[in-house]
Ligand binder design. Structure first.
Ligand code: PEP
Length: 255
C-alpha cells in the first residue's frame, strides 16, 4: 500500500551537554526556523532534563518541539534521581527519547524496559522516539537485520500509532564516530523497519510512522541520507549543539 511519506522530523539529542548559557543555541535555532523551512520539516530538541522547562518556555508558539532524553516507566514513586513521563509533559515536553544506545549500553536497558518507557510516554501524552540499532560486532557478523527486527518488536509497546511513536535507527558504531552506513545500507534497514511495523501498528499506520536515521548526521551528508527511501528525518547528536549545523541538516529539506 503506498501512502504519502510522513512529514519529516529533525530532532536534536543534546545528551549530557548544555548549561544555562547554551540557551543561546536554541535562540539561534528559533530564529532560523523560518516559514519556508517550517513548511517542510518539523524540528525538536531534547536537551538535558535541567533545561527542558526553560526550553519549552523559549520555544512556546514556535512549532519546535522539546523532548526529554529518557523517562521512568512509572508515573511517580520512590525512584531517586529518575524522572517520569508525566513530569516531562508537565514541563511542556512533547517528545521523549527511549532506548537510546547510550541508555542500553551504560544503564543496561533491555527491550522490555524500553517498551515500558514508551508506554509511559504514551500514558503521559508524549511521542516516544524509540531508538534501535546494531553494534559494530553485530554488523560485522551479518546480524544487523535480525538485531533491528528483534529490538523493534521488543521495544514498541501495544497501542503505538503514527501519532505517538517515532522509530530512530541509529547504528551504534555510527554514533559520535563520524562514520555512517552507505545510503544503500540505510535503505535496506529502513525498509525492514517499515515492513516490521505492520505487525506492530497495523497495516493502516505502517506507512505513516516516522523512521529517523541517526549516527553522525551533519550538514554535508544530510541531503544524501535524508533522500533515502523510508528515511523520514534525522536524530542528531553532536551537530545539534551548533545551531548552524542543526539548521544546515534541517535545510536538507529546504529544496
Ligand atoms: C545520537 O546520539 O543520537 C547521535 C545520533 O549522535 P551523533 O549525531 O553525534 O552521532
Amino acid at each position: 500500500m503506498s501512502v504519502e511519506p510522513p512529514r519529516p522530523l529533525v530532532a536534536g539529542n543534546w545528551k549530557m551537554n548544555g548549561l544555562k548559557a547554551q540557551t543561546a543555541v536554541l535562540t539561534e535555532i528559533l530564529a532560523g526556523y523560518v516559514p519556508a523551512l517550517r513548511s517542510r520539516v518539523d524540528l525538536a530538541i531534547c536537551p538535558p532534563a535541567t533545561l527542558v522547562g526553560r526550553f519549552t518556555e523559549m520555544a512556546a508558539g514556535s512549532a519546535i518541539g522539546i523532548g526529554g532524553q529518557d523517562c521512568h516507566a512509572k508515573a511517580a514513586g520512590a525512584f531517586t534521581g529518575d524522572l517520569s513521563a508525566e513530569m516531562l509533559a508537565d514541563m511542556g515536553a512533547t517528545y521523549v527519547l527511549v532506548g537510546h544506545s547510550e541508555r542500553r549500553q551504560y544503564h543496561g536497558e533491555t527491550d522490555s524496559e524500553v517498551a515500558a518507557k514508551a508506554l509511559a510516554a504514551h500514558r503521559a501524552g508524549l511521542v516516544a522516539i524509540v531508538c534501535i540499532g546494531e553494534t559494530k560486532d553485530e554488523r560485522e557478523a551479518g546480524k544487523t537485520l535480525d538485531v533491528v527486527r528483534t529490538q523493534l518488536a521488543g521495544s514498541v509497546p501495544d497501542g503505538s500509532t503514527s501519532q505517538n511513536l517515532i522509530v530512530a535507527y541509529e547504528p551504534v558504531w555510527a554514533i559520535g564516530t563520524g562514520l555512517t552506513p552507505t545510503a544503500s545500507d540505510v535503505e535496506e534497514v529502513h525498509a525492514v523497519i517499515r515492513a516490521s511495523l505492520g505487525a506492530l501498528v497495523g497495516a493502516e499506520e505502517q506507512g505513516r510512522v516516522r523512521i529517523l536515521y541517526g549516527g553522525s548526521v551533519k550538514p554535508s551528508n544530510a541531503a544524501e541520507l535524508m533522500a533515502v527511501p523510508n528515511v523520514n528525518g534525522a536524530l542528531v547528536g553532536g551537530a545539534s549543539l551548533v545551531a548552524a549545523d542543526f539548521l544546515g541538516i534541517a535545510n536538507a529539506y529546504h529544496a
